[in-house]
Design a protein around this ligand. Structure first.
Ligand code: ZN
Length: 311
Protein backbone atom coordinates (compact mmCIF):
# COMPACT_ATOMS: atom_id res chain seq x y z
CA UNK A 1 0.00 0.00 0.00
CA UNK A 2 1.44 3.34 -1.05
CA UNK A 3 0.84 6.40 1.09
CA UNK A 4 -1.82 8.76 -0.25
CA UNK A 5 -1.04 12.28 -1.42
CA UNK A 6 -3.75 14.68 -2.50
CA UNK A 7 -3.56 16.99 -5.51
CA UNK A 8 -6.32 19.57 -5.36
CA UNK A 9 -7.37 21.19 -8.60
CA UNK A 10 -7.65 24.97 -8.22
CA UNK A 11 -7.83 25.71 -11.96
CA UNK A 12 -11.52 26.72 -11.96
CA UNK A 13 -10.61 29.34 -9.31
CA UNK A 14 -6.95 30.45 -9.27
CA UNK A 15 -6.36 29.17 -12.82
CA UNK A 16 -8.93 31.41 -14.49
CA UNK A 17 -9.09 34.52 -12.31
CA UNK A 18 -6.77 36.41 -14.68
CA UNK A 19 -7.62 34.90 -18.08
CA UNK A 20 -9.28 37.02 -20.78
CA UNK A 21 -12.08 34.56 -21.55
CA UNK A 22 -15.04 34.38 -19.18
CA UNK A 23 -15.79 30.66 -19.21
CA UNK A 24 -19.40 29.55 -19.41
CA UNK A 25 -20.75 27.90 -16.26
CA UNK A 26 -21.24 24.65 -18.20
CA UNK A 27 -17.57 24.57 -19.17
CA UNK A 28 -16.45 25.12 -15.58
CA UNK A 29 -18.66 22.20 -14.57
CA UNK A 30 -17.31 20.04 -17.41
CA UNK A 31 -13.83 20.78 -16.07
CA UNK A 32 -14.90 19.63 -12.59
CA UNK A 33 -16.74 16.54 -13.82
CA UNK A 34 -13.86 15.32 -15.97
CA UNK A 35 -11.19 16.12 -13.38
CA UNK A 36 -13.19 14.12 -10.83
CA UNK A 37 -13.56 11.27 -13.34
CA UNK A 38 -9.76 11.33 -13.76
CA UNK A 39 -9.45 10.77 -10.00
CA UNK A 40 -9.10 14.31 -8.55
CA UNK A 41 -10.82 14.22 -5.17
CA UNK A 42 -10.94 17.93 -4.26
CA UNK A 43 -11.62 20.87 -6.55
CA UNK A 44 -11.74 24.57 -5.69
CA UNK A 45 -14.58 25.33 -8.05
CA UNK A 46 -15.02 29.10 -7.74
CA UNK A 47 -14.40 32.23 -5.68
CA UNK A 48 -16.98 34.26 -3.78
CA UNK A 49 -15.45 37.63 -4.58
CA UNK A 50 -17.79 40.41 -5.76
CA UNK A 51 -18.57 39.89 -9.46
CA UNK A 52 -17.66 43.51 -10.17
CA UNK A 53 -14.12 42.81 -8.93
CA UNK A 54 -13.63 39.57 -10.88
CA UNK A 55 -16.34 39.08 -13.55
CA UNK A 56 -15.11 35.50 -14.11
CA UNK A 57 -16.82 34.55 -10.84
CA UNK A 58 -20.18 36.18 -11.50
CA UNK A 59 -21.65 32.68 -11.62
CA UNK A 60 -20.15 31.52 -8.27
CA UNK A 61 -23.48 30.30 -6.83
CA UNK A 62 -24.40 28.40 -10.01
CA UNK A 63 -20.97 26.76 -10.21
CA UNK A 64 -21.02 25.79 -6.53
CA UNK A 65 -24.50 24.27 -6.73
CA UNK A 66 -23.67 22.55 -10.04
CA UNK A 67 -20.45 21.09 -8.62
CA UNK A 68 -22.25 19.77 -5.53
CA UNK A 69 -24.83 18.13 -7.81
CA UNK A 70 -22.07 16.42 -9.82
CA UNK A 71 -20.81 14.56 -6.75
CA UNK A 72 -17.76 12.30 -6.67
CA UNK A 73 -15.42 14.94 -5.25
CA UNK A 74 -15.19 17.56 -2.51
CA UNK A 75 -16.12 20.93 -3.96
CA UNK A 76 -14.69 23.99 -2.23
CA UNK A 77 -14.56 27.72 -2.89
CA UNK A 78 -12.30 30.59 -1.99
CA UNK A 79 -13.86 33.22 0.27
CA UNK A 80 -12.13 36.58 0.79
CA UNK A 81 -14.36 37.83 3.62
CA UNK A 82 -17.39 37.17 5.83
CA UNK A 83 -19.87 38.11 3.13
CA UNK A 84 -18.24 35.68 0.69
CA UNK A 85 -18.29 32.97 3.37
CA UNK A 86 -22.01 33.49 3.98
CA UNK A 87 -22.72 33.23 0.25
CA UNK A 88 -20.60 30.07 -0.06
CA UNK A 89 -22.13 28.36 2.99
CA UNK A 90 -25.63 29.15 1.70
CA UNK A 91 -24.95 27.08 -1.44
CA UNK A 92 -24.27 23.98 0.67
CA UNK A 93 -20.58 23.65 -0.21
CA UNK A 94 -18.89 21.13 2.11
CA UNK A 95 -15.70 23.17 2.31
CA UNK A 96 -14.61 26.82 2.07
CA UNK A 97 -11.11 28.25 1.98
CA UNK A 98 -10.46 31.63 3.54
CA UNK A 99 -7.28 33.47 2.69
CA UNK A 100 -5.37 36.34 4.22
CA UNK A 101 -1.90 37.65 3.35
CA UNK A 102 1.15 37.57 5.59
CA UNK A 103 2.25 40.67 3.67
CA UNK A 104 0.39 43.70 5.03
CA UNK A 105 0.70 45.51 1.72
CA UNK A 106 -0.63 42.55 -0.29
CA UNK A 107 -3.51 42.17 2.15
CA UNK A 108 -4.37 45.88 1.81
CA UNK A 109 -4.25 45.64 -2.00
CA UNK A 110 -6.24 42.40 -2.10
CA UNK A 111 -9.03 42.99 0.45
CA UNK A 112 -8.42 46.62 1.57
CA UNK A 113 -7.79 45.80 5.21
CA UNK A 114 -4.87 44.97 7.48
CA UNK A 115 -3.85 41.39 8.17
CA UNK A 116 -5.05 41.78 11.78
CA UNK A 117 -8.47 42.87 10.51
CA UNK A 118 -8.53 39.81 8.25
CA UNK A 119 -7.69 37.60 11.25
CA UNK A 120 -10.62 39.08 13.14
CA UNK A 121 -12.80 38.39 10.10
CA UNK A 122 -11.69 34.77 10.19
CA UNK A 123 -12.98 34.51 13.76
CA UNK A 124 -16.37 35.75 12.55
CA UNK A 125 -16.33 33.20 9.70
CA UNK A 126 -15.64 30.38 12.19
CA UNK A 127 -18.61 31.58 14.27
CA UNK A 128 -20.78 31.72 11.14
CA UNK A 129 -19.68 28.20 10.17
CA UNK A 130 -20.33 26.88 13.69
CA UNK A 131 -23.83 28.36 13.72
CA UNK A 132 -24.76 27.16 10.22
CA UNK A 133 -27.37 24.38 10.04
CA UNK A 134 -26.59 21.11 8.28
CA UNK A 135 -23.33 19.15 8.07
CA UNK A 136 -20.25 20.92 9.43
CA UNK A 137 -18.47 22.91 6.70
CA UNK A 138 -14.71 22.26 6.57
CA UNK A 139 -12.77 25.50 6.87
CA UNK A 140 -9.38 25.87 5.22
CA UNK A 141 -7.27 28.90 6.14
CA UNK A 142 -4.72 30.10 3.63
CA UNK A 143 -1.70 32.30 4.28
CA UNK A 144 -0.86 34.09 1.04
CA UNK A 145 2.56 35.61 0.27
CA UNK A 146 4.09 33.31 2.90
CA UNK A 147 7.48 33.34 1.18
CA UNK A 148 7.68 36.95 0.05
CA UNK A 149 5.61 39.56 -1.74
CA UNK A 150 5.86 41.45 -5.03
CA UNK A 151 4.59 44.62 -3.31
CA UNK A 152 6.24 44.50 0.12
CA UNK A 153 9.29 42.35 -0.63
CA UNK A 154 10.41 40.27 2.33
CA UNK A 155 7.80 38.83 4.69
CA UNK A 156 9.10 37.95 8.18
CA UNK A 157 9.09 34.15 8.64
CA UNK A 158 8.11 34.56 12.29
CA UNK A 159 4.99 36.43 11.22
CA UNK A 160 3.94 33.59 8.88
CA UNK A 161 4.33 31.00 11.63
CA UNK A 162 2.47 33.22 14.12
CA UNK A 163 -0.41 33.61 11.65
CA UNK A 164 -0.59 29.82 11.14
CA UNK A 165 -0.82 29.29 14.90
CA UNK A 166 -3.49 31.96 15.31
CA UNK A 167 -5.57 30.59 12.41
CA UNK A 168 -5.31 27.10 13.92
CA UNK A 169 -6.32 28.39 17.36
CA UNK A 170 -9.22 30.33 15.84
CA UNK A 171 -10.72 27.14 14.40
CA UNK A 172 -9.19 26.32 11.00
CA UNK A 173 -9.48 22.69 9.94
CA UNK A 174 -6.38 23.01 7.75
CA UNK A 175 -3.68 25.61 7.19
CA UNK A 176 -2.69 26.26 3.57
CA UNK A 177 0.71 27.87 3.13
CA UNK A 178 0.70 29.78 -0.15
CA UNK A 179 3.48 31.10 -2.33
CA UNK A 180 1.13 33.45 -4.15
CA UNK A 181 3.83 35.15 -6.19
CA UNK A 182 6.36 32.37 -6.78
CA UNK A 183 9.12 33.68 -4.49
CA UNK A 184 9.61 30.55 -2.39
CA UNK A 185 12.57 28.18 -2.55
CA UNK A 186 13.04 24.70 -1.06
CA UNK A 187 15.11 25.98 1.87
CA UNK A 188 12.37 28.42 2.88
CA UNK A 189 9.75 25.71 2.46
CA UNK A 190 11.62 23.30 4.74
CA UNK A 191 12.04 26.06 7.35
CA UNK A 192 8.68 27.82 7.29
CA UNK A 193 6.38 24.90 6.47
CA UNK A 194 8.43 22.62 8.72
CA UNK A 195 8.00 25.03 11.65
CA UNK A 196 4.29 25.37 10.92
CA UNK A 197 3.69 21.60 10.87
CA UNK A 198 5.41 21.37 14.27
CA UNK A 199 3.53 24.38 15.65
CA UNK A 200 0.01 23.27 14.69
CA UNK A 201 0.39 19.65 15.83
CA UNK A 202 -2.12 17.28 14.28
CA UNK A 203 -3.83 19.92 12.15
CA UNK A 204 -3.26 19.18 8.42
CA UNK A 205 -1.00 21.57 6.51
CA UNK A 206 -1.30 21.94 2.73
CA UNK A 207 0.80 23.93 0.28
CA UNK A 208 -0.11 26.18 -2.61
CA UNK A 209 2.82 26.89 -4.91
CA UNK A 210 3.20 28.96 -8.05
CA UNK A 211 5.88 28.09 -10.57
CA UNK A 212 6.60 31.68 -11.53
CA UNK A 213 10.35 31.23 -11.18
CA UNK A 214 10.65 27.55 -11.92
CA UNK A 215 10.87 26.26 -8.34
CA UNK A 216 7.30 25.02 -7.95
CA UNK A 217 7.98 21.29 -8.06
CA UNK A 218 11.23 21.60 -6.10
CA UNK A 219 9.11 23.24 -3.40
CA UNK A 220 6.64 20.33 -3.50
CA UNK A 221 9.52 17.94 -2.85
CA UNK A 222 10.71 20.08 0.07
CA UNK A 223 7.18 20.20 1.53
CA UNK A 224 6.87 16.41 1.22
CA UNK A 225 10.07 16.12 3.28
CA UNK A 226 8.47 18.06 6.14
CA UNK A 227 5.28 16.00 6.07
CA UNK A 228 2.87 17.85 3.74
CA UNK A 229 0.59 15.52 1.79
CA UNK A 230 -1.84 17.92 0.07
CA UNK A 231 -1.06 20.35 -2.73
CA UNK A 232 -3.05 22.86 -4.75
CA UNK A 233 -2.33 22.80 -8.48
CA UNK A 234 -3.92 24.00 -11.69
CA UNK A 235 -4.47 22.16 -14.91
CA UNK A 236 -2.12 23.45 -17.64
CA UNK A 237 -0.25 25.53 -15.06
CA UNK A 238 -2.80 28.32 -15.34
CA UNK A 239 -3.08 30.93 -12.62
CA UNK A 240 -2.13 34.28 -11.18
CA UNK A 241 -3.07 36.99 -8.74
CA UNK A 242 -4.61 40.35 -9.75
CA UNK A 243 -2.36 42.17 -7.25
CA UNK A 244 0.85 40.24 -7.87
CA UNK A 245 2.10 41.42 -11.26
CA UNK A 246 3.83 38.71 -13.28
CA UNK A 247 2.85 36.03 -10.81
CA UNK A 248 1.39 33.71 -13.43
CA UNK A 249 1.22 30.00 -13.08
CA UNK A 250 0.15 27.64 -10.34
CA UNK A 251 2.16 24.45 -10.34
CA UNK A 252 0.81 22.30 -13.14
CA UNK A 253 -1.61 19.59 -11.97
CA UNK A 254 -0.35 16.94 -14.38
CA UNK A 255 3.32 17.48 -13.49
CA UNK A 256 2.51 17.53 -9.77
CA UNK A 257 0.66 14.21 -10.03
CA UNK A 258 3.57 12.77 -11.99
CA UNK A 259 6.10 13.93 -9.40
CA UNK A 260 4.11 12.55 -6.46
CA UNK A 261 3.55 9.20 -8.18
CA UNK A 262 7.28 8.97 -9.00
CA UNK A 263 8.08 9.73 -5.36
CA UNK A 264 6.02 6.66 -4.47
CA UNK A 265 2.73 8.28 -3.44
CA UNK A 266 -0.72 7.22 -4.53
CA UNK A 267 -2.63 10.20 -5.95
CA UNK A 268 -5.45 8.10 -7.40
CA UNK A 269 -5.24 10.15 -10.59
CA UNK A 270 -5.35 8.82 -14.16
CA UNK A 271 -2.78 11.07 -15.82
CA UNK A 272 -3.77 10.30 -19.39
CA UNK A 273 -7.36 11.35 -18.68
CA UNK A 274 -6.06 14.52 -17.03
CA UNK A 275 -3.87 15.42 -20.02
CA UNK A 276 -6.84 14.90 -22.37
CA UNK A 277 -8.89 17.31 -20.24
CA UNK A 278 -6.04 19.81 -20.22
CA UNK A 279 -6.02 19.92 -24.02
CA UNK A 280 -9.74 20.64 -24.01
CA UNK A 281 -9.34 23.43 -21.45
CA UNK A 282 -6.53 24.93 -23.58
CA UNK A 283 -8.93 25.11 -26.53
CA UNK A 284 -11.44 27.05 -24.38
CA UNK A 285 -8.87 29.71 -23.48
CA UNK A 286 -7.38 31.18 -26.66
CA UNK A 287 -4.31 33.38 -26.23
CA UNK A 288 -3.41 32.17 -22.72
CA UNK A 289 -0.02 30.86 -21.64
CA UNK A 290 0.06 27.19 -20.62
CA UNK A 291 2.87 25.27 -19.01
CA UNK A 292 3.69 21.74 -17.96
CA UNK A 293 6.14 19.14 -19.18
CA UNK A 294 4.07 15.94 -19.12
CA UNK A 295 1.50 17.34 -21.55
CA UNK A 296 4.34 18.36 -23.89
CA UNK A 297 6.61 15.31 -23.64
CA UNK A 298 4.18 12.53 -22.71
CA UNK A 299 4.54 9.91 -20.00
CA UNK A 300 7.69 7.80 -19.96
CA UNK A 301 7.31 4.14 -20.91
CA UNK A 302 8.47 3.29 -17.40
CA UNK A 303 5.53 5.11 -15.77
CA UNK A 304 3.54 2.89 -13.46
CA UNK A 305 -0.19 3.51 -13.97
CA UNK A 306 -2.33 3.74 -10.85
CA UNK A 307 -3.65 0.33 -9.92
CA UNK A 308 -1.05 -1.42 -12.08
CA UNK A 309 1.51 -3.37 -10.07
CA UNK A 310 5.16 -2.75 -10.84
CA UNK A 311 6.70 -5.55 -12.92
ZN1 ZN B 1 -2.47 31.08 -6.14
Amino acid sequence: MRERACVREVGPRDGIQMVRTVLATERKLTWCRRAAKAGIREIEVTSFVPAKVVPQFGDAEAVARGAIALGGFTASALVPNLKGAARAIATGLPRINYVLSASEEHNLANVRRTTEESLADFGRIVALRNAAPGPRVTLGAGIATAFGCTIQGAVPEKRVIELAIRLAEAGADEVIVADTVGYGDPGQVRRIVGDITKAVGKLPVACHFHDTRGLGLANVTAAIEVGVRAFDASLAGLGGCPFAPGATGNIDTEDTVFLLEQLGFDTGVDLEALVALRHEVEAWLPGERFSGAIARAGLPKTYRRPGVAAP
